[in-house]
Design a protein around this ligand. Structure first.
Ligand SMILES: O=C(O)COP(=O)(O)O
Length: 217
């Protein structure tokens, strides 16, 4: 089939944001008098949006605590959105190559939409995407298929003409449920086990473009 749209996950796929996310989590934990977490531990908590992240980082806490933790996390992360974050190697080139090939592009993240836009602006990739949506853009987030279905509808593309590129089980499951082909990215936060259900597996952005441009995804 011909690929008409590439739907990209953000954290762990296009952007290595773990350093800044870890700092924001530790700022929040310090405000609660809790010990800080190392990046590999925070990495396990990333995937289902900021509220889930701070709830799991706190471990215990009331709904009010979680709301306060979320506010602290988002405020800190907004002010330090790309102190340490960077595009993964080859991402920039791949986005340009895909745009030149006429493939429509969207970001579908579980990160807050405002934070997505901030980090993408800081890293100079906002303009590459027709649609940018986050975990709070629609009523449901990945692994629900809803964000993917809404995005392909807005792009005027059928689900089977789109490919979801992501590093976690949330991306793979959302793609499967939406009838969208999936590419699992081995360099991200999800780990091999989360990607076993993906239709394709890529170890670099070169691999991603090869699959997309071959037209046989
Ligand atoms: O921030 C998160 O929880 C996950 O974000 P992602 O969907 O871009 O990987």
């Amino acid at each position: 089939m011909t690929v008409r749209a590439a739907l990209f996950d953000l954290d762990g796929t296009l952007v290595d944001s773990l350093g800044d996310i870890t700092d924001a989590v530790n700022h929040m934990l310090a405000s609660f008098g809790r010990p800080s977490l190392a990046a590999p531990s925070v990495r396990q908590l990333v995937g289902k949006g900021a509220r889930d992240l701070v709830r799991r980082a706190l471990g215990t806490g009331s709904q009010d605590d979680i709301t306060r933790a979320l506010d602290l996390f988002v405020a800190y992360n907004s002010n330090h959105i790309a102190d340490k974050s960077a595009l993964y190697p080859g991402a920039w080139e791949a986005l340009h190559q895909l745009a030149e090939s006429g493939i429509r592009m969207a970001v579908i993240s579980n990160k807050n939409e405002a934070l997505c836009r901030l980090v993408m602006e800081a890293l100079g990739i906002v303009r590459q995407f027709e649609i940018i949506c986050g975990g709070d853009t629609f009523s449901e987030m990945k692994p629900s298929p809803l964000p993917l279905l809404r995005v392909v509808e807005r792009l005027g593309v059928a689900p089977h003409e789109a490919v979801m590129i992501g590093d976690s089980i949330n991306d793979v499951q959302a793609g499967q449920r939406a009838g969208v082909t999936t590419i699992g990215c081995a360099w991200g936060y999800g780990g091999e086990k989360e990607l076993t259900g993906a239709d394709h597996r890529a170890v670099s952005f070169r691999g991603v473009t090869a699959i997309l441009l071959k037209g046989s995804a």
